[in-house]
Design a protein around this ligand. Structure first.
Ligand code: GLC
Length: 738
């Protein structure tokens, strides 16, 4: 293989199949098993790894990003192993590579598949040019538990939004030609139900009935498979007693038999040998047998396949056809990536300056990810020319590292602009900026910095506060039982709020936090998640009115951690609460009679609603909706119905609105959610401008996994609501006939 080969033409499918077959016939059993082993890199040339590659015991390497080292591993594979099969190099390119996008939960708040596709493509370009071929993304686990640290990596609580955005990321990573220099093979993970880890505690077991599994959890994975995702990754979870990495129901019945999926399945890190820890497999050999028979084609980091598959085949406990199947699936992606034509690459120029077009994507995504949760007295946007003294307070006002968020392995901190830096650039020279951290970091209880912060605020008319979570407080293995602002941040906010200034609070966090107290300490509240490289400029452009917020929550915000799980698409129960059907705990008379507070489904001290609902987000302008119009009130199976609504910008500023359409199947053989998101459109309107939006629904959109394990739509009456969030009240109804 020579360096600097121009991009060879992509192989067509027939050529790929022919080359797979030819190569497979030449491979020994140990060489086949070698292709199923993924070894970790260590940031330095690893002699043992070089030897294993030379012996044909390595099919893939992950977590090595040094091009020189990768090129040496590839050279050994190509020139010193018997068959010269190139390695596929994997990496967690989760929300950017060098240029960092907001965390995926923040990206989901844009409700923009176009932006997520652009962001994934940008990340693919930056990663491929150092020698990465495969990203372990998108993570499309549905979760309704913000205690779970990996909610940061998810696209939120809703299967439809996650399906649309996850498919967009697959398209952005992969494009139409995997062999292109700016594309990566993607990986749908974690298959499946990892987001339902009990108590939101990472890696905990999952109990989930098949209806919830299929109607909620599997939908995004089916959408990713339909989008052509190159690989799946099994989760760590013990799902109903069968760990995902040994779960034939998931990896064979669903993925292969029902979905006819053609990519390959990789385990998660050591998840195969963890079958022993689960108490599922007695030893490594049994774990290997369970995993390969369940359909796991590649083993990440542990070596049970290398150690035991040959023996298992000799004993007749594993059919060699499973090995041929696995190797064919893996080779197919290697051929499509063009690795046989070009595995050793020219080392890229040092990434000392970011690409302007990548910064633009990071900026636009950060801008549209920020959610305006509160804006009392319309304090936002601030008039920059009316300012004299502005206090900038908080541990996250000027912390380039923390604002990048979790799963930032290769992000370049030096490229990051913080909110303080952006304010210093954007505010007129006459404005005095008084900056004080107040707390050294978000978990600090050391109040010694409060005095300086209160002094800075006292000298100012406007106080802009940046609080939240450090990056370490979310992501893998980082679950929290208390999801209030950590440390003494709430105390600092309470003291600042007593000064009677105009206050703006910006929260950066990797999850929804419980803000029931926090929200009372500020006039305006912006939720920026961890906004990435361009978060500072994006947030400041919103605060100063250069731009108008358009973010919408992809996940419900509980008032109290005790409400979890709380989400919009819940089922009714026989006694659903309503706002007039429950009495708050503080309003219940002493010695109240047993049945006097109403027998409904609520918490006496928190009610039944979240603090901020799914789909919620304010703007600096206002939108009015007309009535919902139906093309017809009845339609039959297989037909389509068109639904219309007019939206007008009745404010004085241009703004974007995410118009959301929800349905309810009123009566069904298996009870259905009280609302389900089925469509959304983001529209940008100038002041006074209006648009007539149309949405098409087919009976297929109403299908679900129902009684007798069948997947179909059932005739009956449906409600439809359209509006600005999951409480949409513009209503119509239609009937689906047989
Ligand atoms: C981790 C994660 C998985 C990641 C893999 C490789 O444990 O669970 O999401 O892609 O290992 O880093």
């Amino acid at each position: 293989m020579t360096l600097n080969q121009t991009h060879p033409p992509a192989l067509n499918d027939a050529e790929v199949e022919k080359r797979i077959k030819t190569l497979l016939n030449r491979m020994t059993l140990p060489e086949k098993i070698g292709q199923m082993a993924q070894w970790p890199g260590h940031g330095k040339l690893d002699g043992d790894l070089c030897d294993a590659i030379r012996k044909g015991q390595v099919g893939s390497v992950l977590n090595e990003v040094d091009t020189e080292i990768l090129n040496e591993y590839q050279r050994i594979a190509l020139e010193e192993s018997r068959l010269g099969i190139p390695l596929i190099i994997g990496r967690d390119v989760i929300h950017g590579f060098h240029t960092m996008l907001p965390i995926p939960l923040g990206q989901a708040a844009t409700w923009s598949p176009e932006l997520l596709e652009q962001g994934a493509h940008m990340a693919a370009r930056e990663a491929r040019e150092v020698g990465i071929h495969w990203t372990f993304a998108p993570m499309i686990d549905i979760t309704r538990d913000p205690r779970w640290g990996r909610i940061a990596e998810s696209l939120g609580e809703d299967p439809y939004l996650t399906s649309v955005l996850g498919a967009a990321m697959v398209k952005g990573f992969q494009g139409d030609d995997l062999s292109a220099d700016d594309r990566l093979a993607a990986c749908a993970k974690h298959f499946a139900a990892y987001g339902y880890s009990e108590a939101g505690r990472d890696y905990a077991y999952v109990n989930l009935n098949e209806h919830e599994l299929r109607n909620i959890v599997l939908r995004p994975f089916k959408a990713a498979a339909a989008a052509g995702v190159a690989s799946f990754m099994t989760g760590f979870s013990d799902l109903n007693g069968v760990p995902a990495s040994a779960n034939e129901f998931l990896n064979r019945q669903i993925l292969r038999a029902e979905w006819d999926y053609k990519g390959f399945v990789v385990s998660d890190w050591d998840s195969i040998i963890q079958l022993i820890t689960h108490g599922f497999s007695e030893n490594e050999k049994e774990a290997a047998a369970a995993a390969i028979n369940a359909g796991v084609n590649m083993e990440m980091t542990s070596r049970s396949y290398l150690h035991h598959l040959e023996e298992l085949i000799e004993e007749g406990r594993v059919d060699e056809e499973l090995i041929d199947e696995a190797v064919s699936l893996i080779l197919r992606i290697k051929f499509k990536l063009g690795l046989f034509e070009k595995a050793v690459i020219e080392a890229p120029q040092p990434a000392d300056v970011p690409r302007p077009e990548h910064l633009d994507i990071a900026y636009q995504t950060a801008l549209e990810s920020v959610v305006l949760l509160k804006n009392d007295y319309h304090v936002l946007p601030l008039n920059r020319h009316a300012q004299r003294n502005v206090a900038v307070i908080g541990p996250l006002a000027d912390d380039a590292y923390e604002q990048l968020g979790t799963w930032t392995f290769d992000g370049i901190e030096a490229w990051t602009e913080t909110p303080l830096a952006a304010l210093r650039r954007e505010l007129p020279e006459h404005v005095q900026i008084h900056y004080a951290k107040g707390l050294s970091h978000t978990r600090s209880y050391d109040r010694s910095g409060f005095g300086e912060a209160l002094e800075a605020a006292s000298r100012s008319e406007t106080v802009i506060m940046f609080m939240g979570e450090e990056a370490i407080l979310s992501g893998e293995a980082h679950s929290r039982a208390d999801i209030n602002l950590p440390g003494a941040q709430n105390e600092l906010l309470q003291e600042l709020s007593r000064l009677g200034k105009t206050t703006v609070l910006v929260i950066m966090a990797g999850r929804p936090l419980t803000l029931d107290l926090t929200r009372h300490t500020t006039n305006a509240l912006l939720y920026a998640w961890h906004p990435g490289t361009m978060g500072g400029k994006a947030i400041v452009d919103l605060i100063l009115g250069e731009k108008t917020p358009s973010g919408k929550l992809p996940v419900s915000f509980p008032k109290h951690v005790g409400q979890i799980p709380i989400y919009y698409n819940q089922r009714s129960s026989g006694r659903p609460a309503s706002r007039d059907s429950y009495v708050h705990i503080d309003e219940i008379p002493v010695r109240a009679p047993q049945t006097s507070v109403g027998n409904y489904s609520f918490h006496m001290d928190a009610g039944f609603e979240p603090l901020y609902p799914f789909g919620f987000g304010l703007s600096y302008t206002q939108f009015n909706f007309g009535e919902v119009y139906l093309e017809k009130e009845r339609f039959a199976m297989g037909e389509t119905i068109s639904i219309y609504i007019d939206i007008t910008n009745v404010g004085v500023r241009e703004g974007a609105e995410v118009v959301q359409l929800y349905v309810r199947d009123r009566f069904a053989s298996i009870t259905r959610p009280v609302r389900e998101l089925k469509r959304f459109k983001k529209v940008l309107l100038k002041p006074g401008e209006w648009q007539r939006l149309s949405f098409e629904l087919t009976s297929a959109d109403l299908e679900y996994f129902c009684k007798n394990k069948r997947w179909k739509a059932e005739p009956g009456d449906f409600d439809v609501w359209i509006g600005s969030d999951s409480r949409a009240h513009h209503h119509a109804q239609f009937t689906l006939t047989a």
